[in-house]
Design a protein around this ligand. Structure first.
Ligand SMILES: O=C(O)[C@@H](CO)OP(=O)(O)O
Length: 207
């Protein structure tokens, strides 16, 4: 019986994470710290004895760079990898490029939290988590999950909100529960799935 392994990793710290800017579909690269975090994520996966058959990432540099650094640590630089927009970060619309503290001053703490973490309230001109889920979930179901269920050990390097969308489905979280769910940069979350695609076990490699 194959193990139906699925590992999710949010990219390491990006230049815009460091500057505290809404990023979304903008395309900054990793910082030095982000590079370190991505390598550390790879070392953690290696320490767990994990190797992969296939990887998926977004169309954005910070996730692709994170994947590359992790695979180098694991010794799997040639791993078949698929890049797709469906795994991109939520589009932050008009907030993209704005400073998050400036936005809190302008619109208030509560409004900014709703834009950042609520399920169905989109930021102006951008995507809500629900919108993000609406394009990430079909991709997961059609392109990723069938392989996992066939026993292809699968690694995904993506983004805080595209992964929160998948986690909402995997862990059956309510809109209230997803509001509080944060994903740290460069921390692998290891799932093993049942044959019916529900989660059998979850291990979070934080700290
Ligand atoms: O700016 C972004 O694109 C995301 C991830 O860094 O930020 P937030 O934490 O607000 O979802």
């Amino acid at each position: 019986m194959s193990e139906r392994l699925l590992v999710l990793v949010r990219h390491g710290q990006s230049e815009w994470n460091l500057k505290n800017l809404f990023t979304g579909w903008k395309d900054p690269d990793l910082t030095e710290q982000g590079i370190t975090e991505a390598k550390e994520a790879g070392r953690k996966l290696k320490a767990q004895g994990l190797t992969f058959d296939v990887a998926f990432t977004s169309d954005l540099t910070r996730a692709q760079h994170t994947l590359k650094l992790m695979l180098a640590e694991i010794g799997q630089t040639g791993l078949p990898t698929t890049k797709d927009l469906a795994l991109n970060e939520r589009d932050y619309g008009d907030l993209s490029g704005l400073n998050k503290d400036d936005a809190r001053k302008k619109w208030g703490e509560d409004q900014v939290l709703v834009w950042r973490r609520s399920y169905d309230v989109p930021p102006p001109g951008g995507e809500s988590l629900k919108d993000t889920l609406a394009r990430a979930l079909p991709y997961y179901v059609q392109e990723i999950l069938p392989g996992v269920l066939r026993g292809q050990r699968t690694l995904i390097a993506a983004h805080g909100n595209s992964l929160r969308a998948l986690i909402m489905v995997l862990e059956k979280l309510t809109p209230e529960q997803i509001l509080k769910r944060e994903l740290a940069t460069g921390v692998p979350v290891i799932y093993r799935l049942n044959a019916d695609s529900t989660v059998a076990t979850k291990v979070d490699l934080a700290a």
